[in-house]
Write a protein that binds this ligand. Structure first.
Ligand code: FAD
Length: 328
Protein backbone atom coordinates (compact mmCIF):
# COMPACT_ATOMS: atom_id res chain seq x y z
CA UNK A 1 0.00 0.00 0.00
CA UNK A 2 1.42 3.39 -0.97
CA UNK A 3 1.09 5.73 2.01
CA UNK A 4 0.96 9.51 1.71
CA UNK A 5 1.14 11.95 4.61
CA UNK A 6 -0.79 15.20 4.21
CA UNK A 7 -0.27 18.14 6.54
CA UNK A 8 -3.39 20.29 6.92
CA UNK A 9 -7.07 19.31 7.02
CA UNK A 10 -8.35 22.39 5.22
CA UNK A 11 -10.22 21.97 1.94
CA UNK A 12 -7.01 21.52 -0.08
CA UNK A 13 -5.64 18.72 2.12
CA UNK A 14 -9.00 16.92 2.37
CA UNK A 15 -9.52 17.20 -1.40
CA UNK A 16 -6.08 15.77 -2.14
CA UNK A 17 -6.65 12.91 0.32
CA UNK A 18 -9.97 11.95 -1.25
CA UNK A 19 -8.45 11.72 -4.71
CA UNK A 20 -5.47 9.68 -3.52
CA UNK A 21 -7.74 7.34 -1.59
CA UNK A 22 -9.93 6.99 -4.69
CA UNK A 23 -6.82 5.75 -6.53
CA UNK A 24 -6.08 3.07 -3.94
CA UNK A 25 -3.44 4.98 -1.96
CA UNK A 26 -3.50 5.35 1.83
CA UNK A 27 -3.49 9.01 2.86
CA UNK A 28 -3.13 10.13 6.48
CA UNK A 29 -3.91 13.75 7.33
CA UNK A 30 -2.24 15.56 10.23
CA UNK A 31 -4.07 18.65 11.51
CA UNK A 32 -2.97 20.93 14.30
CA UNK A 33 -6.50 22.06 15.27
CA UNK A 34 -9.09 19.88 16.97
CA UNK A 35 -11.24 19.68 13.82
CA UNK A 36 -10.93 19.93 10.06
CA UNK A 37 -11.84 23.00 8.01
CA UNK A 38 -8.93 25.39 8.47
CA UNK A 39 -9.98 28.80 7.23
CA UNK A 40 -13.41 27.43 6.26
CA UNK A 41 -14.15 26.34 9.81
CA UNK A 42 -17.00 27.70 11.91
CA UNK A 43 -17.23 28.34 15.65
CA UNK A 44 -20.27 26.90 17.42
CA UNK A 45 -21.42 28.18 20.79
CA UNK A 46 -24.64 28.05 22.80
CA UNK A 47 -25.88 30.86 20.52
CA UNK A 48 -25.41 28.95 17.27
CA UNK A 49 -22.66 28.91 14.65
CA UNK A 50 -20.43 31.69 13.36
CA UNK A 51 -18.58 31.44 10.03
CA UNK A 52 -15.52 33.36 11.19
CA UNK A 53 -13.35 32.56 8.15
CA UNK A 54 -14.64 32.12 4.59
CA UNK A 55 -18.01 33.85 4.31
CA UNK A 56 -19.21 32.31 1.08
CA UNK A 57 -17.64 30.98 -2.07
CA UNK A 58 -18.04 31.30 -5.79
CA UNK A 59 -17.55 28.69 -8.51
CA UNK A 60 -15.97 29.53 -11.86
CA UNK A 61 -13.80 26.59 -12.92
CA UNK A 62 -15.82 23.85 -14.71
CA UNK A 63 -14.40 21.13 -12.44
CA UNK A 64 -15.29 23.05 -9.31
CA UNK A 65 -18.77 23.78 -10.69
CA UNK A 66 -19.24 20.01 -11.04
CA UNK A 67 -17.99 19.42 -7.50
CA UNK A 68 -20.32 22.10 -6.17
CA UNK A 69 -23.19 20.25 -7.88
CA UNK A 70 -22.24 17.17 -5.81
CA UNK A 71 -22.10 19.20 -2.60
CA UNK A 72 -25.53 20.67 -3.27
CA UNK A 73 -26.92 17.21 -4.04
CA UNK A 74 -25.42 15.91 -0.76
CA UNK A 75 -27.06 18.77 1.17
CA UNK A 76 -23.79 20.29 2.42
CA UNK A 77 -23.90 23.51 0.35
CA UNK A 78 -26.50 25.83 -1.06
CA UNK A 79 -26.81 29.20 -2.77
CA UNK A 80 -26.91 32.26 -0.54
CA UNK A 81 -29.26 34.71 -2.20
CA UNK A 82 -27.82 37.95 -0.97
CA UNK A 83 -26.89 41.29 -2.45
CA UNK A 84 -24.32 42.84 -0.17
CA UNK A 85 -24.55 46.57 0.45
CA UNK A 86 -21.60 48.87 -0.24
CA UNK A 87 -21.11 50.73 3.00
CA UNK A 88 -18.87 53.55 4.12
CA UNK A 89 -19.11 55.98 6.99
CA UNK A 90 -20.95 58.40 4.68
CA UNK A 91 -22.81 56.25 2.13
CA UNK A 92 -25.00 53.19 1.81
CA UNK A 93 -25.52 51.67 -1.66
CA UNK A 94 -27.59 48.64 -2.52
CA UNK A 95 -27.05 47.76 -6.16
CA UNK A 96 -27.81 44.36 -7.62
CA UNK A 97 -24.82 42.26 -8.57
CA UNK A 98 -24.80 39.07 -10.59
CA UNK A 99 -22.44 37.09 -8.38
CA UNK A 100 -23.73 33.67 -7.32
CA UNK A 101 -22.61 32.97 -3.79
CA UNK A 102 -22.67 29.63 -1.99
CA UNK A 103 -22.35 28.61 1.66
CA UNK A 104 -21.85 25.38 3.57
CA UNK A 105 -24.88 23.82 5.29
CA UNK A 106 -25.62 24.22 8.16
CA UNK A 107 -22.35 26.18 8.43
CA UNK A 108 -19.13 26.51 6.42
CA UNK A 109 -17.28 23.93 8.48
CA UNK A 110 -19.84 21.28 7.47
CA UNK A 111 -18.25 20.88 4.05
CA UNK A 112 -14.91 19.44 5.16
CA UNK A 113 -16.60 17.55 8.01
CA UNK A 114 -18.62 15.71 5.39
CA UNK A 115 -15.77 15.24 2.93
CA UNK A 116 -13.43 13.81 5.57
CA UNK A 117 -15.86 11.10 6.66
CA UNK A 118 -13.91 8.12 5.24
CA UNK A 119 -10.46 9.58 5.74
CA UNK A 120 -7.84 9.07 8.45
CA UNK A 121 -7.60 12.57 9.93
CA UNK A 122 -5.38 12.96 13.01
CA UNK A 123 -6.46 16.17 14.74
CA UNK A 124 -4.47 17.93 17.45
CA UNK A 125 -1.18 17.06 15.73
CA UNK A 126 1.07 20.04 15.04
CA UNK A 127 3.79 18.80 12.73
CA UNK A 128 7.10 20.58 13.22
CA UNK A 129 9.55 18.32 11.40
CA UNK A 130 9.47 16.43 8.10
CA UNK A 131 12.47 14.15 7.53
CA UNK A 132 13.33 12.33 4.32
CA UNK A 133 15.40 9.17 4.87
CA UNK A 134 15.92 6.17 2.58
CA UNK A 135 13.32 7.46 0.12
CA UNK A 136 10.66 7.71 2.83
CA UNK A 137 9.12 10.43 4.94
CA UNK A 138 8.96 10.64 8.71
CA UNK A 139 6.98 13.34 10.49
CA UNK A 140 7.46 14.66 13.98
CA UNK A 141 4.94 16.56 16.09
CA UNK A 142 5.54 19.21 18.73
CA UNK A 143 5.37 16.56 21.48
CA UNK A 144 8.33 14.75 19.90
CA UNK A 145 6.23 11.83 18.58
CA UNK A 146 7.22 10.37 15.20
CA UNK A 147 4.94 9.14 12.41
CA UNK A 148 5.93 7.14 9.38
CA UNK A 149 7.27 5.90 7.15
CA UNK A 150 5.31 7.46 4.27
CA UNK A 151 6.03 7.15 0.56
CA UNK A 152 5.08 10.75 -0.19
CA UNK A 153 4.21 14.03 1.54
CA UNK A 154 1.83 16.87 0.68
CA UNK A 155 1.99 20.10 2.70
CA UNK A 156 -1.22 22.14 2.43
CA UNK A 157 -0.76 24.68 5.22
CA UNK A 158 -0.69 28.44 4.57
CA UNK A 159 2.58 29.19 2.75
CA UNK A 160 4.50 30.80 5.66
CA UNK A 161 3.76 27.75 7.81
CA UNK A 162 4.85 25.44 4.98
CA UNK A 163 8.37 26.88 4.67
CA UNK A 164 10.01 24.84 7.48
CA UNK A 165 8.01 21.73 6.58
CA UNK A 166 9.33 21.58 3.01
CA UNK A 167 12.92 22.55 3.81
CA UNK A 168 14.15 19.23 2.31
CA UNK A 169 13.46 20.88 -1.05
CA UNK A 170 15.10 24.33 -1.24
CA UNK A 171 13.06 25.04 -4.40
CA UNK A 172 9.72 24.45 -2.66
CA UNK A 173 10.85 26.33 0.44
CA UNK A 174 11.71 29.29 -1.80
CA UNK A 175 8.32 29.10 -3.53
CA UNK A 176 6.45 29.15 -0.21
CA UNK A 177 8.69 31.88 1.17
CA UNK A 178 7.72 34.21 -1.69
CA UNK A 179 4.07 34.24 -0.64
CA UNK A 180 2.99 37.10 1.58
CA UNK A 181 -0.15 36.38 3.55
CA UNK A 182 -2.14 39.09 5.30
CA UNK A 183 -3.89 38.67 8.64
CA UNK A 184 -7.55 39.25 9.51
CA UNK A 185 -9.22 39.82 12.84
CA UNK A 186 -12.74 38.34 12.74
CA UNK A 187 -15.50 39.16 15.17
CA UNK A 188 -18.60 37.13 16.02
CA UNK A 189 -21.38 39.00 17.83
CA UNK A 190 -24.66 37.50 19.09
CA UNK A 191 -27.73 39.56 20.07
CA UNK A 192 -30.85 37.98 21.54
CA UNK A 193 -32.64 41.25 20.83
CA UNK A 194 -32.21 41.80 17.09
CA UNK A 195 -30.53 44.95 15.77
CA UNK A 196 -32.93 47.12 13.82
CA UNK A 197 -31.36 47.25 10.34
CA UNK A 198 -32.28 46.08 6.84
CA UNK A 199 -28.61 45.29 6.08
CA UNK A 200 -27.73 41.61 6.04
CA UNK A 201 -24.31 41.78 4.36
CA UNK A 202 -21.99 44.57 3.28
CA UNK A 203 -18.63 45.24 1.73
CA UNK A 204 -17.27 48.13 3.74
CA UNK A 205 -14.92 50.94 2.83
CA UNK A 206 -13.50 51.89 6.13
CA UNK A 207 -10.11 52.07 7.86
CA UNK A 208 -10.84 49.19 10.19
CA UNK A 209 -13.67 47.02 8.75
CA UNK A 210 -14.06 45.62 5.24
CA UNK A 211 -16.93 43.14 5.61
CA UNK A 212 -19.93 42.50 7.83
CA UNK A 213 -22.70 39.93 7.53
CA UNK A 214 -25.72 38.70 9.39
CA UNK A 215 -24.53 35.12 9.71
CA UNK A 216 -27.83 33.91 11.17
CA UNK A 217 -29.57 35.07 7.97
CA UNK A 218 -27.62 32.64 5.77
CA UNK A 219 -29.61 29.61 4.64
CA UNK A 220 -29.92 26.64 7.00
CA UNK A 221 -28.71 28.55 10.07
CA UNK A 222 -30.51 28.97 13.37
CA UNK A 223 -32.25 32.32 12.76
CA UNK A 224 -32.23 33.42 16.41
CA UNK A 225 -30.40 34.89 18.20
CA UNK A 226 -29.04 37.30 15.62
CA UNK A 227 -25.39 36.48 14.89
CA UNK A 228 -23.11 38.87 13.05
CA UNK A 229 -19.64 38.37 11.64
CA UNK A 230 -17.33 41.33 11.10
CA UNK A 231 -13.93 41.26 9.37
CA UNK A 232 -11.25 43.85 9.95
CA UNK A 233 -9.17 45.10 7.03
CA UNK A 234 -5.76 43.50 6.47
CA UNK A 235 -3.99 46.76 7.35
CA UNK A 236 -5.91 47.27 10.57
CA UNK A 237 -5.45 43.61 11.50
CA UNK A 238 -1.71 43.76 10.84
CA UNK A 239 -1.23 46.84 12.97
CA UNK A 240 -3.40 45.46 15.80
CA UNK A 241 -2.31 41.82 15.57
CA UNK A 242 -1.14 41.50 19.16
CA UNK A 243 -4.12 43.19 20.85
CA UNK A 244 -6.09 41.14 23.36
CA UNK A 245 -9.34 39.76 21.86
CA UNK A 246 -11.42 41.87 24.31
CA UNK A 247 -9.79 45.06 23.01
CA UNK A 248 -10.49 44.01 19.42
CA UNK A 249 -14.14 43.35 20.29
CA UNK A 250 -14.43 46.76 21.89
CA UNK A 251 -12.83 48.74 19.02
CA UNK A 252 -14.45 46.90 16.11
CA UNK A 253 -17.92 46.65 17.61
CA UNK A 254 -17.99 50.41 18.12
CA UNK A 255 -17.25 50.84 14.39
CA UNK A 256 -19.78 48.14 13.53
CA UNK A 257 -22.65 49.96 15.28
CA UNK A 258 -21.67 53.23 13.61
CA UNK A 259 -21.63 51.63 10.16
CA UNK A 260 -25.07 50.09 10.67
CA UNK A 261 -26.37 53.32 12.17
CA UNK A 262 -27.84 51.58 15.22
CA UNK A 263 -27.32 52.39 18.90
CA UNK A 264 -24.39 50.58 20.50
CA UNK A 265 -25.38 47.73 22.78
CA UNK A 266 -23.61 44.98 24.70
CA UNK A 267 -23.71 41.74 22.69
CA UNK A 268 -24.83 38.56 24.46
CA UNK A 269 -21.71 36.93 23.10
CA UNK A 270 -18.60 38.36 21.47
CA UNK A 271 -15.80 36.30 19.94
CA UNK A 272 -12.63 37.64 18.35
CA UNK A 273 -10.59 35.28 16.18
CA UNK A 274 -7.13 36.16 14.92
CA UNK A 275 -6.28 34.69 11.51
CA UNK A 276 -2.55 35.25 11.17
CA UNK A 277 -2.43 33.98 7.59
CA UNK A 278 -5.84 34.80 6.15
CA UNK A 279 -5.18 35.62 2.52
CA UNK A 280 -2.26 35.65 0.13
CA UNK A 281 -1.68 34.82 -3.45
CA UNK A 282 1.16 33.61 -5.59
CA UNK A 283 -1.15 33.09 -8.57
CA UNK A 284 0.93 30.23 -9.87
CA UNK A 285 0.84 26.52 -9.46
CA UNK A 286 1.55 24.38 -6.45
CA UNK A 287 5.12 23.13 -6.15
CA UNK A 288 6.18 19.52 -6.55
CA UNK A 289 9.52 17.78 -6.13
CA UNK A 290 9.35 14.50 -7.97
CA UNK A 291 12.53 13.00 -6.51
CA UNK A 292 11.31 13.56 -2.94
CA UNK A 293 7.64 12.88 -3.74
CA UNK A 294 6.93 16.14 -1.94
CA UNK A 295 4.20 18.61 -2.88
CA UNK A 296 3.29 21.98 -1.44
CA UNK A 297 0.29 24.20 -2.17
CA UNK A 298 -3.06 25.47 -1.04
CA UNK A 299 -5.41 28.33 -1.81
CA UNK A 300 -2.34 30.59 -1.97
CA UNK A 301 -1.15 28.82 -5.11
CA UNK A 302 -4.53 29.01 -6.85
CA UNK A 303 -6.28 32.28 -6.12
CA UNK A 304 -6.76 32.71 -2.35
CA UNK A 305 -10.32 31.43 -2.27
CA UNK A 306 -12.27 28.31 -1.37
CA UNK A 307 -12.36 27.37 -5.04
CA UNK A 308 -8.57 27.86 -5.21
CA UNK A 309 -8.07 25.52 -2.24
CA UNK A 310 -10.10 22.81 -3.95
CA UNK A 311 -8.18 23.24 -7.22
CA UNK A 312 -4.88 23.11 -5.34
CA UNK A 313 -5.89 19.85 -3.65
CA UNK A 314 -6.77 18.39 -7.04
CA UNK A 315 -3.49 19.47 -8.56
CA UNK A 316 -1.34 18.21 -5.70
CA UNK A 317 -3.00 14.79 -5.78
CA UNK A 318 -2.65 14.57 -9.55
CA UNK A 319 1.02 15.48 -9.39
CA UNK A 320 1.62 12.84 -6.71
CA UNK A 321 -0.19 10.21 -8.79
CA UNK A 322 1.78 11.17 -11.89
CA UNK A 323 5.08 10.95 -9.97
CA UNK A 324 4.24 7.50 -8.63
CA UNK A 325 3.12 6.31 -12.04
CA UNK A 326 6.34 7.52 -13.63
CA UNK A 327 8.35 5.48 -11.16
CA UNK A 328 6.31 2.49 -12.29
C1 FAD B 1 -11.21 35.84 7.37
C2 FAD B 1 -11.26 35.06 6.09
C3 FAD B 1 -12.26 35.32 5.16
C4 FAD B 1 -12.32 34.60 3.96
N1 FAD B 1 -13.35 34.82 3.11
C5 FAD B 1 -13.46 34.06 2.00
C6 FAD B 1 -14.60 34.18 1.16
O1 FAD B 1 -15.54 34.92 1.46
N2 FAD B 1 -14.65 33.42 0.02
C7 FAD B 1 -13.65 32.53 -0.31
O2 FAD B 1 -13.75 31.85 -1.33
N3 FAD B 1 -12.57 32.39 0.50
C8 FAD B 1 -12.46 33.12 1.63
N4 FAD B 1 -11.39 32.95 2.47
C9 FAD B 1 -10.31 32.06 2.04
C10 FAD B 1 -10.65 30.57 2.27
O3 FAD B 1 -11.07 30.38 3.59
C11 FAD B 1 -9.39 29.79 1.98
O4 FAD B 1 -9.03 30.06 0.63
C12 FAD B 1 -9.49 28.27 2.13
O5 FAD B 1 -10.30 27.90 3.22
C13 FAD B 1 -8.07 27.73 2.27
O6 FAD B 1 -8.05 26.33 2.37
P1 FAD B 1 -6.65 25.57 2.46
O7 FAD B 1 -6.96 24.13 2.65
O8 FAD B 1 -5.80 25.94 1.30
O9 FAD B 1 -5.93 26.17 3.75
P2 FAD B 1 -6.40 26.13 5.27
O10 FAD B 1 -7.86 26.17 5.36
O11 FAD B 1 -5.63 27.20 5.95
O12 FAD B 1 -5.92 24.70 5.78
C14 FAD B 1 -4.62 24.46 6.22
C15 FAD B 1 -4.68 23.63 7.49
O13 FAD B 1 -3.34 23.35 7.90
C16 FAD B 1 -3.32 23.31 9.31
N5 FAD B 1 -1.93 23.47 9.74
C17 FAD B 1 -1.14 24.57 9.65
N6 FAD B 1 0.09 24.30 10.13
C18 FAD B 1 0.07 23.01 10.54
C19 FAD B 1 1.05 22.15 11.12
N7 FAD B 1 2.29 22.58 11.38
N8 FAD B 1 0.70 20.88 11.43
C20 FAD B 1 -0.56 20.43 11.17
N9 FAD B 1 -1.53 21.20 10.61
C21 FAD B 1 -1.21 22.47 10.30
C22 FAD B 1 -4.23 24.47 9.70
O14 FAD B 1 -4.69 24.35 11.03
C23 FAD B 1 -5.34 24.34 8.66
O15 FAD B 1 -6.42 23.56 9.13
C24 FAD B 1 -11.33 33.62 3.68
C25 FAD B 1 -10.34 33.35 4.63
C26 FAD B 1 -10.31 34.05 5.83
C27 FAD B 1 -9.27 33.72 6.85
Amino acid sequence: MTSIAIIGAGLSGITAARILQGHGLTPTIFEKCQASGGRMSSRTSQWGSFDLGAQYFTARHPRFIDELGNWIAQGIATEWLVTPYQLSSSSRLHTQDVVQRYVGLPHMGAITRFLESNLDVRCGQTICGCHHRDEQWWLENTRGEAFGPFDGLLVTTPAPQAVPLVSASPRLAMLARKVRMQPTWALGLAFTQALDTEINAAFVENDSIDWLALDSDKPGRLAQPQRWVVHATSDWSASHMELEPEEVVSILSEQFFKLLGVPARKPDEAIAKRWRFARGNLDGASGFDQRLRLGCGGDWSHGARVEGAWLAGQELAERMLAALQKEG
